[in-house]
Design a protein. Structure first.
Length: 255
């Protein structure tokens, strides 16, 4: 008589799922990074490629890209969430509809158009690129903040008021915790947007990994193009992964 091993219980399956979700993104980045590095090391590089594909140049571009992307993400979080809360607190249906409509229209605007337009009207450089990234990544967080707060059940608000909470206490203790998954999802989206749009910063002399991608295209150097694109993808995947961990940690129990 064959004895079958016991099937894993729900706790084991749940922990396996969590472990897979936590480890998948870093493992993908490591595998792709090692594959790219091994391929580049097996290719005979010319003098132009050697000047670009070295540790000093690559680290400088990665640092510029990260500073630009993360600075934009922090500014968006500081500005967009309070703006969404303020619009929600006004409790005006038409105003909320107008703001959501503008956010949707702005999100459909090509990012390169925003960057180039600001450079024409203002100046080139890091500051202009940062303002353009904030303006573009601002919209998903604003929209999700409004949506998350609007989706809080009215009965829950009434119950909180019935317990004697003020409007500010209802916002801090009830509405924001319940809306946090939607708000953090918007922030996660804007973070990935910022990493992608930061590649365009090279067109206005703001540095970043876009330099490698554009140089690889202009000079027809495929290894340079490949490494630049792989690094941008790796940064986007890792930041999205980190934001996902924060989103899971901040999610209220029971949601």
């Amino acid at each position: 008589m064959t004895v079958l091993p016991p099937e894993p219980g729900p706790w084991v399956l749940r922990n396996r799922s969590v472990l897979a979700r936590v480890l998948t993104a870093p493992l993908v980045v490591v595998v792709v990074g090692l594959g790219t590095a091994l391929w580049v090391s097996s290719v005979e590089l010319d003098s132009i490629e050697q000047r670009t594909l070295n540790a000093g140049y690559i680290l400088a571009r990665v640092q510029e890209h990260l500073v630009l992307s993360l600075a934009a993400a922090v500014l968006v979080a500081v500005l967009a969430v309070p703006a969404g809360i303020l619009v929600h607190q006004v409790d005006s249906g038409p105003l909320r509809t107008v703001v959501l409509g503008l956010a949707n229209i702005g999100q459909a605007t090509p990012a390169v158009g925003v960057v180039i337009l600001l450079a024409i009207l203002w100046q080139t450089g890091f500051t202009t690129a940062l303002v353009a990234l904030v303006a573009y990544a601002f919209l998903p967080v604003l929209r999700n903040t409004l949506t998350g707060l609007a989706e809080v059940d009215e009965a829950t608000r009434e119950a909180a008021r019935g317990m004697g909470m003020t409007r500010g206490q209802v916002l801090r203790r009830v509405e924001l915790p319940l809306a946090s998954p939607v708000i953090l999802a918007g922030f996660r989206t804007s973070l990935v947007f910022a990493v992608g749009v930061a590649t365009i910063a090279t067109f206005i002399n703001a540095g970043g990994l876009g330099d490698m991608i554009v140089n690889g295209l202009k000079l027809q150097r495929f290894p340079v193009l490949l490494v630049g694109a792989a690094l941008v993808a790796a940064i986007a995947i890792l930041l999205d992964w980190l934001a996902g961990l924060v989103e899971d940690y901040a999610r209220p129990r029971g949601l």
